[in-house]
Structure formats: C-alpha cells, structure tokens
Design a protein around this ligand. Structure first.
Ligand SMILES: Cc1cc2nc3c(=O)[nH]c(=O)nc-3n(C[C@H](O)[C@H](O)[C@H](O)COP(=O)(O)OP(=O)(O)OC[C@H]3O[C@@H](n4cnc5c(N)ncnc54)[C@H](O)[C@@H]3O)c2cc1C
Length: 243
C-alpha cells in the first residue's frame, strides 16, 4: 500500500494526559507496519463537515517508529474546535476514520552534525518526542539536544515525568520545561517564555546550531525573528506551524 493514499485508521486507546490534552493511539489495520520519519504527521478525515475538504485535521506523530502499525498522537482540545470537539466528545476506542500519511518534511538531517535546539509550546512537543526517542532507541550519533518546552503551569506539562527520566539516560539531552504562570519551579526548569531560555543558552555560542520550532504562529514567528536577528541562517531554522 502506498502510504500517501487514504487508509483506514482506528482508535485503539485513549488516555488523559492533562486537563485539556489527550493521547490517542491510532492503528492502521490495513498495513502490518507503519513506517515514518520522526517529525512527520498524519492527516485524519473526521466526520465534522459536509465538504470533504473541510474534514481534514493533521497531527504530528508523538511516538517513535517502532515497527508496528500503531502511532500515538497528543491533542489539545480547542474551544469551539470542530475536529477536537469530535475527538474529545464523540470518538471512542474503536472509532474509525480515513488517515493519510506519513507527511511532512519537519525531520532531522541525516547525519546530525550540529547541536539541535527543539523549541515548542503545548502539543508542539509531539514531533520532538518522536525524534528524541528515535535517537535514544537507535543510538543515533548526535551532538547536544536542547528541548525547550513552554507551557503555562506545571499541571499542563506534557510527558514531564517521561522526559525527566529520559534525560538521566541520555546525557546529551538538556530538557528545560519552562512555565509562564508559575513563580517557583524545580531546579533546571525555566520561568517565563521559551525565547528567553534559548537566548540565554546561546550566549557566547556561534550560530552553527540548528533550530526546530513547533507550535502555533505567534511563538514561531517570534523565534524566527529573534534567531535571524542573532545571525542564524534561514536554512538552519526549521519549523512546523500548527495554525
Ligand atoms: C502539520 C500539523 C501538525 C499538527 N499537529 C498537532 C498536534 O500534534 N497536536 C495538536 O493538538 N494539534 C496539532 N495541529 C493542529 C490541528 O491540526 C488542528 O488545527 C487543531 O486540532 C484544531 O482543530 P479543530 O478542528 O478542533 O479546530 P477548528 O474547528 O479548525 O478551529 C480552530 C480554532 O479556530 C477557532 N475557529 C474556528 N472557526 C472560527 C471562525 N469562523 N472564526 C473564529 N474562530 C474560529 C476555533 O474556536 C478553534 O479555536 C497540527 C497542525 C498541523 C498543520
């Protein structure tokens, strides 16, 4: 099967991650394994509109390739959102819908030759979770990895415990969850916005690192501007815009 045709997808597991975010496991039962590159996304066709062109919603794959036909997505509910309204309120384990993918070019270079800064907010952490687990699982040569993850409060942080444990096993991973609405945080965590964190980390460094930005427009635009002002080449700033 060509993976860029529509194929059947089926929800096989749903778990709450935070008050507004759920993890969905989607099985692609027509293939025995679903191969993709970490950082890619799939598109779901949800029964939310009469016109087919208005039914598609894309989600980054949050799991690393594992040789199976099931992928994990992490999705935040949008107030008034049609797709997330359906996924959160109507879809259940067993719900099926067409899926297209894997799609997208938000992937790491091969080989990885520079330090990598992964900057994200909210569910923008999804592609980085896939990339980092893939690097760890396959012992892929790399330099330093900075995961700068912005969210409001400790209780909103996705995969907090998992990354805190992973960084113990992967010493090149600098995991810096950064909270805009907390006044006290654990050692090594940040207060404020992601931009201040990477700017501090860049002090005294050259512009050879590559930046991967993922999330919503305001954060991405701000980061692209700040990095270009600092002399980073456009080609070293990669981004995945959620909307
Ligand atoms: C490549 C890619 C990967 C993505 N990966 C993820 C991911 O991993 N996790 C994730 O959570 N999201 C991801 N997204 C975002 C996702 O595709 C959806 O956009 C998101 O889930 C919202 O969809 P929705 O149907 O619920 O909202 P929509 O119905 O599309 O509405 C979006 C927002 O706009 C508002 N809105 C809708 N219509 C109007 C209107 N007429 N006037 C004013 N406001 C309006 C809604 O209230 C809502 O807040 C990704 C997007 C892309 C492009």
């Amino acid at each position: 099967m060509v993976q860029n045709d529509w194929q059947k997808g089926r929800i096989v597991r749903i778990e709450d991650e935070t008050a507004s975010t759920k993890r969905f496991w989607i099985e692609l039962p027509e293939v025995s394994r679903f191969d993709f590159e970490p950082g890619q996304f799939i598109t779901l066709e949800l029964p939310i509109h009469e016109q087919q062109s208005k039914r598609a919603r894309s989600y980054s794959i949050a799991s690393a390739p594992n040789g199976t036909n099931t992928v994990e997505l992490v999705i935040v509910q949008m107030e008034g959102g049609l797709g997330t309204g359906y996924l959160f309120n109507e879809a259940t384990v067993g719900t099926e819908f067409p899926v297209k993918g894997p799609r997208g070019h938000f992937t790491l270079t091969d080989p990885i030759e520079t330090d990598i800064f992964m900057v994200c907010t909210g569910t923008g952490i999804a592609p980085f979770r896939s990339m980092i687990h893939h690097i760890y699982n396959n012992n892929i040569p790399h330099k330093e990895l900075y995961l700068i993850y912005g969210t409001r409060k400790n209780a909103d942080a996705l995969y907090l415990e998992e990354f805190s444990m992973l960084k113990e096993k992967l010493p090149s991973l600098h995991y810096i969850p950064t909270f805009s609405r907390e006044s006290e945080v654990a050692p090594g965590h940040g207060i404020g916005y992601v931009h201040d964190i990477y700017e501090q980390l860049l002090e005294g460094k050259d512009t050879s690192a590559h930046f991967y930005l993922c999330g919503w427009r305001d954060m991405i635009n701000e980061a692209r501007k700040r990095l270009q002002d600092k002399g980073f080449d456009k080609k070293s700033i990669h981004f995945e815009l959620y909307g």
